[in-house]
Design a protein around this ligand. Sequence first.
Ligand code: PEP
Length: 247
Amino acid sequence: MRQKLAAGNWKMNGTGAELTELKALSQIHPAASVDILIFPPATLLSRASIAVQGTAISVGGQNCHAAKSGAHTGDISADMLVDAGATSVILGHSERRVDHGEHDEDVRAKARAAMDAGLKAIICVGESLEQREAANTLDIIGGQMSGSIPDQSTGENLIVAYEPIWAIGTGKVPTLEEIGEVHDFMRARLERRFGEGVGRSVRLLYGGSVKPDNAADIFSVSNVDGALVGGASLKASDFSGIIQALE
Ligand code: PEP
């Protein structure tokens, strides 16, 4: 049985004052089958990791550099994330692919560095509205998976998040059939590439406008092991509703 996972991506939101939300969230006691990950901005990572010590929550980074160290002003290495208390890192989010021109090979190199450092990599894939309307969704997802996921992946160090770009922050959500089609496809791809054992153990998250009121329906879809949540992860009251829907 795969552990369920509720992952909250705070993006470029939050200063020290917002740690109160993390403290409020840490009061909940999720079922043993549910993991909770919060991805605060890098400036809060150390403080957040201290704030969640001894609770059910772990924290992670929103990005890392592919190199171990060096002349990369403004960047953060996977080892630095570990040092700050991270257990995982989001890679290949569409906002990084679009805003920072990250391609699959960049994501793959970062994922290798993250896994080498002992982090779990949450690798994001997803199609644009144009690509969906042109019936190219599965081709796009398959290509991103082949290009972004490193060979050293296992059920322990890899999580894949399906995040249709047109659903992120828009309030639009694919139908449950559409989510199911992509997640079944991703599972089959992983099994084909890594074998049934590893392929079946990798967790698959759905991301894109998940809210407390649609979470239970989304989690009922086969091969959806949890969610990567943006906006609704910023308030403990909203995010705890999503966690409860996973239980
Ligand atoms: C995201 O950015 O990963 C995301 C899913 O955002 P939202 O939940 O706000 O759509």
